[in-house]
Design a protein around this ligand. Sequence first.
Ligand code: 13P
Ligand code: SF4
Length: 310
Amino acid sequence: MNIIDEILKLKKEKNAVILAHCYQPVEIDEVADFVGDSLYLSKMAATTNADIIVFAGVHFMAQSAKLLNPEKKVLLPNLNSGCFMADMIDVKQLREFKNQHPNIPVVCYINSTAEVKAESDICCTSSNALEIVKSLNAKEVLFLPDTYLGKWVEHKLGNVKVTTYNGFCPTHLRIRTEDINNARKMYPDAEILTHPECHWEVCKLSDFVGSTKDIMEYAKKSKGKQFVIATEKGVVDRLNRDSKLFGWEKEFILIKDDIICQNMKWNTLEDIYNSLKYEQHEVNVDKEVFCYAKKCVERMFEALKTGSIK
Ligand code: 13P
Ligand code: SF4
């Protein structure tokens, strides 16, 4: 039996579900039940009936799945899968940031540890950051760790001061305004689709800014035939695969070759197989922070449902 069939068999035997982020190596989709961005995968994690969740993504994503499913076993196939941005702020730094700006609601990007979520008021993802900040009905918010997503939200909303922590994604920051200008020259008919973790000057020059899943949906629906993608390579791999598979006759070009998140590329099919077989590596959240961090993520879903939060 090949490794894909072995994984599918184990998945059935153990009543497991495999969630895969769209920056994962593309072959992981062969065994995944759901593939998408952070928000979509959190929603899937919140509603699954499986006993085991294998999270093909990075650590903070598996942690969020655990927060939403305390009674389930959540597994991260390869323990190297961290996130540089999530590691840029710890609780001590968060407290200092809050002390410098007292009595202002704290919005944390889902790319953060459970400890940081536990001391934040509400969480957001890249696809709902605007809605979440709006739902607070505040004149000013603190936003962390990603300074660029925060600045993008401030620019888009126009009536909320967004004071940001100085975190960033090293992968997305490699994309510069010159790259957008060059792409415009080389591919004058292409639309440029960008993730909001990019520098906000890069976002401003783009045709569309959205989460990984939003970018993929936009590209699918657009009447355009050529697209330059300013986010991680996994998105381009999936779009070109689907274009071929479904006869879209569309071309997707990665803005430049090195837009690869190494953290997202550790997981292999073999790691997933071992993870399911030996039920390794289990992700847990400290008891002291669990319910506070959970509340932070649940408030995001509540705000999305009601449109406002007290
Ligand atoms: P999404 O919310 O678009 O999935 O982004 C997560 C991420 O880590 C992007 O770098
Ligand atoms: Fe973290 Fe950036 Fe990788 Fe996303 S792309 S997981 S923010 S390091």
